[in-house]
Design a protein around this ligand. Structure first.
Ligand code: BT5
Length: 256
């Protein structure tokens, strides 16, 4: 996580649905800016100059996409919120399905995919014990592959999936509402309320190769969904299975 100074957001420009929302033209990373803000704040930038993915990867945040970070309260034990990243991916998928997007699927832990193309990514960071910064990157009508040729054929945009009468302000509102809803579900009912439908929706069993964090090499096997803690269940041999936390896995590669 960067410790260098980051541009600060403008004073709360407006309030919507109980969120204090800050808009900026360009930021290094909306997550970094949001790290300084209290719960129920949100930051959106037209572009990100140093957008971040998980485990130090870069995220292309060119103009025309939704680059949004929301600060959610996380009272109580830190471990109670360990499933928040999974729940957010699930909530984002539900919100986009409601707008008419079809063919969406989650790739564990929280990539939003259409086929093998990535539509959206989620980066949840804990800068403080009592809040989490939930960063959402959603391709809308931007062109990430024009900025990063390696992404050629790997991305898809919302405007490829649905007719787009929606502007980014509208999408921001939809996403923030879905975050509030999923936060309420986690607080009131717990992760089981999400894990059960989520396990019905994964494409399982599917063959995957996992690159483990901490130079621990790779492991392959059959992805079998998640347990009630959100851990990936991997069958590595007929009588052998492993459970892996999102933090254990640097990269999940699907093997056709
Ligand atoms: C993610 O990481 O998917 C989380 C991305 C979160 C981005 C949001 S934008 C708002 C907030 N502020 C931030 O700085 N970040 C959050 P990961 O699973 O590590 O995936 C990263 C990989 O996705 C990269 O290595 C590329 O292969 C690919 N990628 C980069 N930019 C992309 C884009 N715009 N669309 C699709 N794939 C992209």
């Amino acid at each position: 996580m960067s410790t260098t100074a980051v541009p600060t957001a403008s004073p709360a420009s407006h309030e919507v649905d109980g969120w204090a929302i800050h808009h900026s033209a360009a930021l290094e990373s909306t997550n970094s800016t949001a790290s300084h803000l209290p719960a129920w704040s949100a930051v959106r930038a037209k572009t990100q100059t140093a957008g971040r993915g998980r485990t130090g990867r870069a995220w292309v945040g060119d103009e025309g996409g939704l680059w949004l970070s929301a600060v959610l309260p996380c009272p109580g034990e830190r471990s109670r919120w360990a499933t928040l990243p999974l729940a957010v991916g699930w909530a984002l998928m539900a919100a986009l399905k409601d707008l008419g997007a079809q063919g969406l699927r989650l790739r564990w832990p929280n990539d939003l995919m259409v086929g093998h193309c990535k539509l959206a990514g989620v980066l949840v960071e804990r800068y403080r014990d009592d809040t989490a910064v939930v960063g959402i990157g959603l391709n809308v009508h931007n062109h990430p592959e024009a900025c990063e040729p390696l992404l050629q054929g790997q991305t898809i945009r919302l405007s490829d999936l649905i007719a787009m009468p929606y502007d980014l302000d509208f999408l921001e509102r939809v996403v923030l509402r879905s975050l509030r809803r999923v936060h309420r579900t986690l607080s009131n009912e717990g992760f089981d309320a999400i894990a059960v439908p989520m396990n019905l929706a994964w494409n399982v069993p599917s063959r995957v190769e996992l690159t483990l964090n901490g130079n621990q090499g790779t492991v392959d096997g059959w992805f079998q969904g998640i347990d009630s803690h959100g851990r990936l269940r991997l069958i590595t041999a007929p009588d052998s299975q492993r459970f892996l936390e999102p933090g254990d896995v640097a990269l999940l590669r699907e093997i056709d």
